[in-house]
Design a protein around this ligand. Structure first.
Ligand code: FAD
Length: 295
């Protein structure tokens, strides 16, 4: 199928893009087009005006410093995945980006576009929540920062106003003493996950579990993050405490059935992946601590 007719605009400055959006609040921003174009082509969505931001190269930068990783709205998934500084500062990014779609889609799709698209089956909205990141948005009225916890307000729905363009996202660096892991189950590598889990585990100076958070893909309506610290009262990850963490997580999720899997199967995946990913994040934290001691 072909999209319904629309007017195509390709501004050459952010100011021009924001003015266009202010004049036409029903317009949509086109970044990588890997979600929007299929929706338009299948006529699941239609727009009067498309504002293509690909003529704004200032939005294609990745910058890394001690505080974390900042990436612009035109940074493709593949560029962020290949960025060694970004992977070193916040390893959750590369760990999850590897699972985002297939290489051709990663070469075109943007990570900020994926965040704004706010699909709870997408890896990167959840990673922004799990890492306590922020999104910077601009309009002709000015700029503001939105914390990830305030960004995702419903299925495929964010707190951006109609005249706002997301210009960059910020993901804080991994705190010292912490480790991360991400894993998912999909029908084929690169397909949307039936269930995906990311985790950040913080250890204290003696190696005891201090803080545990896990984020979930494809088992809730909005990107879900659960604090599981209370499941490890003695600071130890055992088969029993890991199973308790899986149970607590599932209690806060709301998996649904579809043609790819039942709600029960997704819940079972969430339980199993929680235990696996938390353990891997603990191992990662230990390995990082050992590296620090020996260097
Ligand atoms: C076959 C296939 C498989 C896929 N598998 C996965 C997967 O496994 N995991 C996954 O996470 N994703 C997957 N995707 C989606 C992919 O990651 C998309 O690239 C991403 O979701 C959207 O990024 P985009 O730059 O293409 O955005 P677009 O398609 O251009 O835009 C998506 C939406 O966000 C809005 N938008 C985009 N950028 C901005 C901005 N800067 N400011 C304001 N609004 C903006 C658009 O108006 C639109 O509503 C898949 C896509 C396809 C086609």
């Amino acid at each position: 199928m072909k999209p319904a007719p629309f007017t195509y605009r390709r501004p050459t400055s952010l100011t021009e893009a924001l003015d266009l959006l202010a004049q036409e609040p029903e317009a949509k921003v086109l970044a990588g087009g890997q979600s929007l174009v299929p929706l338009l082509s299948m006529r699941l969505s239609s727009v009067p005006v498309l504002i293509d931001i690909n003529g704004l190269p200032d939005l294609a930068r990745v910058t890394v410093d001690d505080s974390g990783v900042r990436f612009g709205a035109l940074v493709r998934h593949s560029d962020l995945l290949a960025h060694e500084g970004a992977a070193a500062a916040q390893p959750l990014l590369a760990a999850a980006l590897r699972h985002v779609a297939h290489p051709t889609i990663r070469n075109r799709g943007t990570t900020v576009g994926s965040i704004v698209h706010a699909d709870a089956s997408g890896e990167m909205p959840m990673i922004l929540r799990l890492a306590d990141g922020t999104l910077t948005v601009a309009s002709s009225r000015g700029r503001r920062e939105i914390a990830a916890r305030d960004l995702f307000v419903g299925p495929l729905e964010t707190s951006l106003a109609a005249d706002e363009i997301a210009v960059e996202a910020f993901v804080p660096a991994l705190p010292a003493g912490s480790g991360v892991a991400f894993d998912e189950v999909a029908r084929r590598h690169g397909d949307y996950a039936l269930c995906g889990v990311g985790a950040v585990v913080a250890l204290d100076g003696a190696g005891s579990v201090e803080h545990v958070r896990a984020g979930y893909v494809s088992v809730s309506e909005t990107p879900a993050v659960v604090d599981l610290t209370e499941c490890f009262p003695d600071g130890e990850m055992t088969a029993r405490t890991l199973a308790a963490a899986g149970e607590m997580a599932v209690g806060q999720l709301d998996p649904e059935s579809d043609i790819h899997g039942t709600a029960d199967y997704r819940a079972q995946l969430a339980r199993a992946l929680t235990a696996r990913v938390l353990k891997a994040a603990q191992d990662d934290a230990r390995a990082r601590a050992a590296q620090k001691v020996s260097s």
